[in-house]
Every structure is written in structure tokens, then in C-alpha cells.
Ligand binder design. Structure first.
Ligand code: ATP
Length: 137
């Protein structure tokens, strides 16, 4: 039986990642899901968060933002999301600015500010910053 599984991470704009990997740990709405080759079929909605990928005995990370879901078959994992980035693709200053903006919006509640939208923007920004940190550590 195969010991690797194909992982495709796709957004409306591009294929972000497409490789054979050893394991994927994804943040689903029901908790973290670890997926190895030959996993039973699953469909899961994903949280905004870091996707952990094990390949050749090391972990790498992707920031996965918004509307994500994952389809698993024994040979393949497909993740679809509004956006996803590798650490090297993340603009640190842009993510910091997005975090500051969202925090300001959340700390001064006003009727014309959509709190849910600001919370999601904050989660995206924090996920991007953490993805850069993970890769450095
Ligand atoms: P911002 O407020 O900075 O636009 P956002 O969280 O609202 O951030 P998204 O709607 O999640 O941005 O993403 C829009 C597009 O911009 C996507 O293609 C995403 O990959 C890209 N993107 C967003 N933030 C960054 C970043 N910090 N570095 C690189 N690409 C980013």
C-alpha cells in the first residue's frame, strides 16, 4: 500500500500546492484532523488556520483562509479555500497592517462596523503571521 498521499491545495486564483506528502494535519470545524495515506473518505469544513504538511520527515505550513473545505479519498486530499499561501508568499507588513486594522475595528465597536467580518479578518492576519513564525522555528 502507498505510504504517501497526493495533496492539492487550490484557490479560485491558482493551485497553491500539489505534491505527494506523508501526512496532513488540518484544522476542521470539529477539531484537528490528521490524514495519512489510505484514509477513509471524509469531507470536512475547515477553520481559518494553519495547514501542517509532513513530507520527507519535516513539516511545512500553509496559511488557509476562509471558506475552506477538504475532501479526502484513500489516494488524494483536495483542499479548496478562498485563499492560501506558503510562508514565503506572505507579505509580513500587509498581514501586520491587516491585524492592526481588524483589532482597531474590534476595540471600537460601532454600528457601521461588521464585527463578524472584522473577527474573520483578524483570524486571517494572525494565521498568516503564525505561518511565517512556524516556518522560522
Ligand atoms: P488584506 O486586508 O490585507 O487584503 P485579507 O485577509 O482581507 O487581507 P484575503 O481576502 O484573505 O485578504 O485575500 C485576498 C488575496 O490577497 C488572496 O489572493 C490572498 O492570498 C492575498 N493576500 C492577503 N493577505 C496577504 C498577505 N499578507 N501576503 C500575501 N498575500 C496576501
Amino acid at each position: 500500500m502507498a505510504s504517501t498521499i497526493k495533496l492539492d491545495v487550490v484557490t479560485p486564483e491558482r493551485v497553491v500546492y500539489s505534491e505527494d506528502v506523508d501526512m496532513v494535519i488540518a484544522r476542521s470545524l470539529d477539531g484537528d484532523l490528521g490524514i495519512l495515506a489510505n484514509h477513509a473518505p471524509v469531507i470536512a469544513a475547515l477553520k481559518i488556520g494553519i495547514l501542517r504538511i509532513k513530507k520527507d520527515n519535516r513539516f511545512s505550513h500553509l496559511a488557509v483562509s476562509g471558506g475552506g473545505f477538504m475532501e479526502v479519498s484513500p489516494e488524494k486530499i483536495t483542499i479548496l479555500a478562498d485563499s492560501a499561501e506558503k510562508p514565503g508568499e506572505i507579505d509580513l507588513e500587509r498581514a501586520k497592517a491587516a491585524k492592526d486594522r481588524a483589532e482597531k475595528r474590534l476595540s471600537t465597536p460601532r454600528e457601521d462596523i461588521d464585527q463578524t467580518r472584522a473577527e474573520a479578518a483578524l483570524r486571517r492576519a494572525v494565521t498568516r503571521l503564525e505561518t511565517i513564525d512556524r516556518e522560522r522555528s
